[in-house]
Design a protein around this ligand. Structure first.
Ligand code: NAD
Ligand code: ZN
Length: 371
């Protein structure tokens, strides 16, 4: 049981920053994976333990999921610059071991999660309305703020996810980005129980959770991915139909036939521009195409005539807010979704990126920060 509330000042530098409450056991250095330039060497080495700002908690990260976004961040292939040097990772689950002087609502020993949205301004119109991830001042874990591929990481106390006591930290970690994101995307599709939803990229990290959230929300699931092992996973997770993009000669016709006229909603979580564009063709009239996956440089094209005559909707969905996070974690804690994870040491992160690049990952890899 972690009940240490002992206060200590760690070093003169930290003393200068203000009053910080930390557990006595927090070291000055730790292991982490850091890179100094986009696409450069991923170095597993000793780095300083960050000091929480007045509004931040310090989390001893035990496990972190590896999201395809971390690969984009390392490569630097999006039109938004990363901080450099950078420690990636934004699905970190761990234990609160310290906090800044203004933090309320957390105690040492609580379980906490590091999400993509590390913090936002909380005073603009978007934050006020619960669109915190769209805030112009959003601070992003593993992108503009050092993330969870280290043993200790900081997070804004308002945005950090609250994880119920007793939760398995390895299994909950993918919920913090993948789970929240697909749950929010499914809500954005405005479906009703019994409707068909297609999950494009269904056996990946986001997809494998999307299949389960969709099922738990009462929808009929058609999964799309490539290969027999991926099809097997999609079926095991509750997918009713699997369409293999490496085998199908006519994706649009096959999907429309299997769903009696096209799915009412499509959640695009693949990293394929072609797959995203195809979804504008097979979606059911009046249905909704939700864009989630972010292939570098991709453009969505929808034929205007059929877009109008079929009256389809195309919308973007970007992680989720604090309420979406709480709800997505509730589904997990209540056993409605399970994390199909493979746990490896943090030092093995480069090989996880290689497998991800080759499209060889089933479900989610999670790194154990102690190895
Ligand atoms: P992943 O690599 O685990 O999964 C991608 C899956 O897509 C793989 O299973 C792959 O086989 C499959 N795929 C590849 N080509 C396909 C095709 N033509 N048709 C159907 N499936 C295909 O990746 P992930 O971690 O699930 O992330 C997916 C994407 O979502 C990334 O671009 C990531 O940056 C993005 N993302 C967006 C948000 C958001 O808020 N919008 C949040 C998290 C991740
Ligand atoms: Zn992510």
């Amino acid at each position: 049981m972690l009940r240490l509330t002992q206060t200590k000042t760690i070093s003169p530098l930290r003393a200068a920053i203000g009053s910080i409450r930390t557990m006595a056991s927090v070291p000055e250095t730790q292991k982490g994976v850091i890179f100094y330039e986009n696409g450069g060497k991923l170095e597993y080495k000793d780095i300083p333990v960050p000091v929480p700002k007045p509004n931040e908690i310090l989390i001893n990260v035990k496990y972190s999921g590896v999201c395809h976004t971390d690969l984009h961040a390392w490569k630097g292939d999006w039109p938004l610059a990363t901080k450099l040097p950078l420690v990636g990772g934004h699905e970190g689950a761990g234990v609160v071991v310290g906090m800044g002087s203004n933090v309320k609502g957390w105690k040492i020993g609580d379980l906490a999660g590091i999400k993509w949205l590390n913090g936002s301004c909380m005073s603009c119109e978007l934050c006020e309305q619960g669109f915190e991830s769209n805030c112009a001042h959003a601070d992003l874990s593993g992108y503009t703020h050092d993330g969870s591929f280290q043993q200790y990481a900081t997070a804004d106390a308002v945005q950090a996810a609250q994880i119920p006591k007793g939760t398995d930290l390895a299994e909950v970690s993918p919920i913090l980005c993948a789970g929240v994101t697909v749950y929010k995307a499914l809500k954005s599709a405005n479906l009703k129980a019994g409707d068909w939803v297609a999950i494009s990229g269904a056996a990946g990290g986001l997809g494998s959770l999307a299949v389960q959230y969709a099922k738990a929300m009462g929808y009929r699931v058609l999964g799309i991915d490539g290969g027999a092992d991926k099809g097997k996973l999609v079926k095991e997770l509750g997918g009713e139909v699997f369409i293999d993009f490496t085998k199908s000669k006519d994706m649009v016709a096959d999907i429309q036939e299997a769903t009696n006229g096209g799915p009412h909603g499509v959640i695009n979580v693949s990293v394929s521009e072609g797959a995203i564009n195809a979804s504008t063709q097979y979606v059911r009239p009046t249905g909704t195409v939700v864009l989630v996956g972010l292939p570098a440089g991709a453009v969505i094209k929808s034929e205007v005539f059929s877009h109008v005559v079929k009256s389809i909707n195309i919308k973007g969905s970007y992680v989720g807010n604090r309420a979406d996070t709480r709800e997505a974690i509730d589904f997990f804690v209540n056993g409605k979704v399970k994390s199909p994870i493979h746990v490896v040491g943090l030092s093995e992160l480069p090989s996880v990126y290689e497998l991800m690049e080759q499209g060889k990952i089933l479900g989610r890899y999670v790194v154990d920060t102690s190895k």
